[in-house]
Structure formats: structure tokens, C-alpha cells
Ligand binder design. Structure first.
Ligand SMILES: NC(=O)c1ccc[n+]([C@@H]2O[C@H](COP(=O)([O-])OP(=O)(O)OC[C@H]3O[C@@H](n4cnc5c(N)ncnc54)[C@H](O)[C@@H]3O)[C@@H](O)[C@H]2O)c1
Length: 372
């Protein structure tokens, strides 16, 4: 994973207790239920957050319970709302998130796309009135698991300066795409067009860490390494200079305008993720088996190309997450004490029992949770 912060108390540091996936999912669901979500919604959203932790994207894991509690309190998230299909014409589908949890709308979009792409070859879904959908990789991976090439992008609240600018005019606007990849599973690229996802800044801020240079500017547009400067009115920068900025502008336009949610710096923008998902049925263009074989061969060609100057081996997009998943299924999911404190500040007053770390459970009840 990209190294973006400096210091010792990272979410993977020695002080971080580790939790079994099921224990964290139970805790996340209980917390969301206590915040007003129906049981099925709480279970689905809780599982989605914990899946982010499991694949190593702690920025989109249970730390979000804090933000979601605030959004429920101020009416941004309606915890009992469900998404609905507003309109469907062949391969185009319009989903209304109805300002419920964005994960529910995005998961519905995946189901709808799998059926629509099977029928039409290509299908696209827009989601309006859509709250935070979390980690886009979850949705495109599910599409690729069904033999589809999946694309997803969304705009989000203004936090990023356009290339050459100083103030917040773009969202962190992530983009993800995934391809069937042969027997080793989908190849998945999924990242923010900001130099760092805002959630990762939030983690660094929670843990009192500095961030690397070139990620943020303070409120006067000066480079900074202090995440506090971002939260005091500064801005994130885009990745790759003008290239990330250009991509982000297109995501604002398509994500914001095709969903009716608007571009994030415009008057009337109400927050959330203007989300677009697209699926292409590989079998509508070439034979899926042949595509999978050639993708597997391409994987092999990439990883045997020889070592360059960058540290570590050549990795396929999605491989970091697959490795994190294996490791965390085996050893448990680390959550830093700073992050836990923030979450318990919300869940303790609601009477939600804290999750039990693996070591404590091993002391008390025997072996760790089995790995799956
Ligand atoms: N919903 C929202 O509003 C929102 C906004 C921003 C980001 N996000 C999510 O945040 C998550 C994290 O985004 P990020 O920008 O921090 O991601 P990141 O910088 O960690 O990049 C992750 C991507 O890079 C790939 N990768 C990592 N190391 C690699 C290597 N050595 N070789 C090849 N590929 C490699 C990973 O497999 C993955 O596809 C994403 O899941 C994104 O969807 C969501």
C-alpha cells in the first residue's frame, strides 16, 4: 500500500489490537442498528465496512461509523431508507439511493448490472440521491467475478484543489475498474484521484501522524505535512499532477451530472457520491475462456519482466488487497487505539458492547477464530 504517513503508531503498528472479521462485522452491525438502521441494512453496511478493513483499506472500514453517526444525526443519511430502481431502458438503469446508505444502492446496482449486461452486452447504472458508497473496488470485483469488465466512479464533497489551484473545487473522486483475470481472480484497480484518499488522512489525523509531502496544502495554498492543516480549511492535491486533475474533472461531470447530484463545488450540491457503474459482458465481444487464459498469461508476463528500481516485486492491481485479505483472515484485522477510541466515543453511549480482540479471546476462550 502507498506509504503516505510518517511515525510509528500506524493502524498496523504493534499497539493495534487485532479482531476477527466476524467479531468486527457483528460490532459494526450492532452499532448501525443502535444508530437506527434495520437489521438487514446494518448487516449489509457493516459487512461492507469490514470488507474494506479486511483488504487493507482501513480508511473505508469501521472508522466510518463515526462519520455515519454524524450524518445520521444531521439527516444526511436516512438509516431506514432503501434504494429503488427509478427507470430501466434496456442497458441503462437509473437507481435512486433515497439518501439511505450508499452501500445498499451500489450493491443493488451490481445485481441490476449483472442481469442487464447479460441481456444487452453492455449496461450502465447511475445512482442519484446517493450517500457514501465506500470502497468502489467491492462493486467492480463483484462484476468481474461474473465475467464482466466493471467500471465505477463517483464524485464526492469538495476537498481537492484542481491542478494549479489553491482551494477545494473537486471531490476525492475515486475510479475503479476490474477485469476477469483467470484462475487467480479479477485484476482490480481502485483509487482516489486525490494524491491520498481523505479517509487515510483521517486515519493519520486520528493517530497524530504527519503525512508525506505533496499530498496537501494549507488554507493559504502552501504545502503542508500536517493533516490538521487540511481539516483547518486546506485542500488535498490530485495524484499525477495535471493527469489526476483532468480525470477528476471528468468524474465530477459524469458522476455529478448524469446522476443529477451536481458537481461538488456548485451551489445546491447536497453531499454524497454521484455514482456511475458500467459493466461490459466479456462474452459479448470475445470468448470468456480465451479472455481468461490470455489474462492469466499476461499476469505471468508482467511479473516476470525483471526487477526495476522501485522497491518490491511487480504486483498486479488488486494483489495488495488480496494479500492483505489472506494475512488478515489469518492474523485478524488490526485497528489502532486512536481509531477505536473515536468509535467507542460514539458506540459506548449507545450501549453497544465493544468487540473483543483476538488475543483477549484466545486468553479467555481458547484458540483464535478459524480462518476462512
Ligand atoms: N466513496 C468515496 O467517496 C471514495 C473517495 C475516495 C476514495 N475511495 C476509496 O478509497 C479506497 C482507497 O483509495 P486510495 O486512493 O487510497 O488507493 P491506493 O492509493 O491505496 O491505491 C490502491 C490501488 O492501487 C493498487 N496498487 C497498490 N500498490 C500497487 C503496486 N505496487 N502495483 C500495482 N498496483 C498497486 C491497488 O491494488 C489498488 O487497486 C479505494 O477503494 C476508493 O474507492 C472512496
Amino acid at each position: 500500500m502507498t506509504k503516505f504517513s510518517e511515525g510509528t503508531a500506524t493502524s498496523e503498528g504493534p499497539v493495534s489490537p487485532r479482531f476477527g472479521r466476524d467479531e468486527l462485522a457483528r460490532f459494526a452491525a450492532a452499532s448501525l442498528t443502535a444508530l437506527g438502521a434495520p437489521a438487514q441494512t446494518a448487516a449489509a453496511v457493516g459487512a461492507s465496512l469490514v470488507l474494506s478493513n479486511l483488504v487493507g483499506h482501513d480508511s473505508h472500514g469501521i472508522i466510518r461509523l463515526v462519520q455515519y453517526s454524524e450524518w445520521i444525526a444531521d439527516g444526511q443519511i436516512r438509516p431506514t431508507a432503501s434504494p429503488t430502481v427509478r427507470r430501466q431502458q434496456r442497458g441503462t438503469v437509473v437507481i435512486d439511493g433515497n439518501w439511505g446508505f450508499g452501500q445498499l444502492a451500489a450493491q443493488m446496482a451490481v445485481d441490476v448490472l449483472i442481469a442487464a449486461a447479460a441481456e444487452n452486452g453492455v449496461a450502465a447504472v447511475t445512482i442519484g440521491q446517493c450517500n457514501h458508497v465506500g470502497r468502489l473496488g467491492e462493486y467492480v470485483t463483484a462484476l468481474a467475478d461474473h465475467g464482466l469488465a466493471g467500471l465505477a466512479f463517483c464524485n464526492s464533497g469538495p476537498a481537492v484543489a484542481p491542478f494549479g489551484g489553491a482551494g477545494r473545487a473537486l471531490g476525492t473522486n475515486p475510479f475503479a475498474w476490474a477485469s476477469p483475470g483467470g484462475p487467480d481472480g479479477p485484476i482490480v484497480a481502485d483509487f482516489s484521484t486525490a494524491a491520498v484518499a481523505e479517509g487515510k488522512l483521517k486515519l493519520a489525523f486520528a493517530d497524530g501522524l504527519k503525512v508525506a509531502e505533496g499530498l496537501i496544502v494549507d488554507s493559504s495554498g502552501q504545502p503542508s505535512k500536517d493533516p490538521g492543516d487540511f481539516y483547518a480549511g486546506g485542500a488535498l492535491l490530485t495524484f499525477g499532477g495535471h493527469k489526476g486533475s483532468a480525470m477528476s474533472v471528468l468524474i465530477e461531470l459524469l458522476g455529478g451530472l448524469l446522476t443529477g447530484m451536481g458537481t461538488s463545488c456548485s451551489p445546491g450540491y447536497a453531499g454524497g457520491n454521484g455514482t456511475v457503474l458500467i459493466a461490459m459482458d466479456v462474452g459479448a465481444f470475445v470468448t470468456l475462456d480465451r479472455y481468461q487464459d490470455e489474462a492469466a498469461r499476461f499476469r505471468e508476463e508482467l511479473v516476470t519482466v525483471g526487477r526495476g528500481a522501485a522497491p518490491g516485486p511487480v504486483l498486479l492491481p488488486g494483489e495488495v488487497e488480496a494479500r492483505a485479505k489472506l494475512e488478515r483472515l489469518h492474523n485478524g484485522i488490526p485497528v489502532s487505539l486512536g481509531v477505536l477510541d473515536g468509535i467507542y466515543g460514539v458506540t459506548d453511549p449507545l450501549g453497544v458492547p465493544q468487540p473483543t480482540p483476538l488475543a483477549a479471546r484466545a486468553d479467555a476462550t481458547g484458540p483464535k477464530e478459524p480462518t476462512r
